[in-house]
Design a protein around this ligand. Structure first.
Ligand code: HEC
Length: 264
């Protein structure tokens, strides 16, 4: 049914198009005939058309150009009408009209100002600079949060500005399991240190607070060989490992590496 309707509409549209084209053609012929009559016109008619054409041309030339209109210029011949009645030493002043471009600009600014006033001060449709600033700040805060939220996790959204230390056994166990699989090669099975520093003492290169450790693990220290784990772990996993690392403090494992960094 719909298909049939569409076809019918299409058909009507094409029909209208054809008819319009025909009408256009007729109008074209009519205009052409009235400007320069075909050979079928009588001599009299031809003469009449010639006169009309000449008249049109003369009118056309008498019309001031757009430039003249815009600048509000008057022909030299009309200068005497503009002369003001004071004169000194043979020097007279002309009362030239204000050029159109100036008037347009002048009244334009007034109209714009009215619109501006209603928009920003009466109806408060437009946003003020302060409002725009607040919106941009909010946007920046959202963007920052979205940035910190990488790596994403299904659980609670954790990042370095809201991570909190936890002594929960389950959390620490999960962290320990992850530590065993990924961190051991460089930090030792018990965090005693190897290629990487000892994680069980009170000395830290990058700070020993929960937020500091979370950040170090998340972004790594690539130039020193510590991996940025945000690429392969989610925020919850990084948080669990952070808690495990913090739980190692003072565990004094065998073969502990000498302290590095500042005491925290
Ligand atoms: C490829 C070796 C390597 C692996 C794997 C590695 N690290 Fe590191 N890590 C390092 C090095 C090297 C440093 C020292 C960076 C420096 O000198 O600034 C370091 C530093 C750290 C620090 C900062 C210590 C301080 O004193 O501030 C923490 C915390 C840390 N690593 C935790 C981890 C955790 C957790 C894992 C496992 C997810 C891990 N690392 C895996 C090499 C590694």
């Amino acid at each position: 049914m719909t298909a049939l309707l569409i076809w019918a509409l299409l058909f009507v549209a094409v029909l209208i198009l054809i008819v319009s084209l025909q009408v256009l053609k007729v109008i074209k012929i009519f205009v052409k005939e009235s400007i320069s009559p075909s050979p079928f016109a009588t001599e009299e008619e031809k003469e009449q058309f010639r006169l009309l054409a000449a008249q049109r041309e003369a009118e056309e030339q008498a019309k001031p150009s757009i430039w003249t209109k815009l600048m509000g210029l008057k022909p030299m011949a009309e200068e005497k009408d503009l002369m003001m009645d004071h004169e000194f030493d043979g020097i007279a002043e002309l009362d030239n009209p204000t050029p159109a471009w100036f008037s347009v600009l002048f009244y334009g600014t007034i109209i714009f100002a009215i619109g501006y006033m209603f928009n920003y001060h009466v109806f408060n449709w437009g946003k003020s600079q302060e409002e725009e600033y607040a919106i941009e700040l909010q946007q920046a805060a959202d963007d920052r949060l979205a940035f910190l939220q990488k790596p994403g996790s299904a659980g609670p959204q954790i990042n370095e500005s809201n991570v909190a230390q936890s002594n929960d056994k389950e959390v620490i166990q999960k962290g320990a399991a992850l530590f065993k699989t990924v961190c051991t090669p460089c930090h030792g099975a018990n965090g005693e240190g190897g290629v990487g520093p000892n994680l069980t003492d009170e000395f830290w290169l990058h700070g020993g607070g929960v937020k500091d450790v979370f950040k170090t693990i998340k972004y790594g220290v690539p130039e020193k060989g510590m991996v940025a784990w945000e690429k392969s772990m989610n925020a919850k996993q990084i948080s669990d490992i952070t808690n495990y690392v913090l739980s190692l403090k003072g565990s004094n494992p065998a073969g502990a590496k000498a302290p590095q960094g500042k005491k925290d």
